[in-house]
Design a protein around this ligand. Structure first.
Ligand code: G1P
Length: 296
């Protein structure tokens, strides 16, 4: 398709309770948990900006207000840092600045599912294509191009919806949205169908969706039906499945490594992987890793 509408908007669902990280998440949103020294939400925002996103909508819930504060000006802190000539610290704050009016928050009052969360952003989305980033997943770029940028490029190439996909072991299909695969060139996969969290024996493939999507607005009327699917929740996967045939729909085998920071092992692995990328930390991390490897 020639000249699909530009992709400028992203929705970031952040209403989850973070029960897998209790008690850490009792009084703070899980999206504020740091990987090295940046909160999970910052990784999602950085990846979105790199993909050309200019407008952000957080789908929040009660007890999540510190996420909004995070993107606000911190006068007292900044003044103190300035007085003390802590220019490095001031610089470290820069990625958390968002242009006035380019971030909004909508509360999802009840946890009715990912599909319901996205539906809560309907006024923000309007009739435009939009990205979704689930901040639990962080993706370390392999080739200098972030995962969402790769999806945005594929959206411009195909003119339709594109989801980031990766192969998972068969026994894990019940944790993800799974693709029914059509034509597959090894990178872009034509999507024939989508199933949310199928049992391994029912799964049409082992190609799973990760927390990065670029969708065309055709998905919204289906979401508006608020039909319940797997787990009794309104599933985004079900609404996306209904748009197949109406708009081009592809899976993209992205280049990069995904860390599922919604579970403890994924979160710990992300700490190590991202710290090893940092010139100021890599040597120290290697040294302590060797110490622990000798112990196991
Ligand atoms: C959600 C989606 C699922 C997708 C997953 C990626 O599931 O419903 O299709 O594969 O995110 O992380 P959740 O992790 O919210 O259960």
């Amino acid at each position: 398709m020639s000249n699909p509408k530009p992709l400028r908007k992203a929705v970031l669902p952040v209403a989850g309770l973070g029960t897998r990280f209790l008690p850490a998440t009792k009084a703070m949103p899980k999206e504020m948990l740091p990987v090295v020294d940046r909160p999970l939400i910052q990784y999602a925002i950085d990846e979105a900006r790199e993909a050309g996103i200019e407008e952000f909508c957080l789908i929040t819930g009660r007890g999540k207000d510190s996420l909004i504060d995070y993107f606000d000006i911190a006068y007292e802190l900044e003044d103190t840092l300035r007085e003390r000539h802590k220019l490095d610290c001031l610089k470290a704050l820069e990625p958390s600045f968002i242009e006035a009016g380019s971030l909004i928050a909508v509360r999802q009052q009840e946890p009715l599912g990912l599909g319901h969360a996205i539906w809560c952003a309907r006024a923000f989305i309007g009739d435009d294509p939009f990205a979704i980033l689930l901040p639990d997943d962080i993706v370390q770029a392999a080739s200098g191009k972030g995962c969402l940028k790769q999806l945005a490029d594929a959206y411009h190439e195909t003119g339709g919806s594109v989801v980031a996909v990766t192969e998972v072991p068969r026994e894990q299909t019940n944790r993800y949205g799974i693709l029914d695969v059509g034509k597959d060139d090894g990178r872009l996969v034509e999507v024939k169908g989508l199933v949310e969290k199928p049992k391994p024996e029912d799964a049409p493939s082992n190609l799973s969706i990760i927390g990065r999507y670029v969708l065309t607005p055709e998905v919204m009327p289906y979401l508006s039906k608020l039909e319940k699917g797997a787990g009794g929740e309104v599933q985004l996967t079900d609404a996306m499945a209904k748009t197949i045939g109406e708009v081009p729909f592809h899976g993209l085998r992205y280049e990069g490594t995904r860390y599922d920071c919604g579970n403890k092992l994924g979160f710990l692995e992300a700490q190590v992987a991202f710290a090893l990328e940092r010139p100021d930390l890599a040597d120290g991390v290697k040294t302590f890793l060797k110490k622990y490897i000798d112990k196991v």
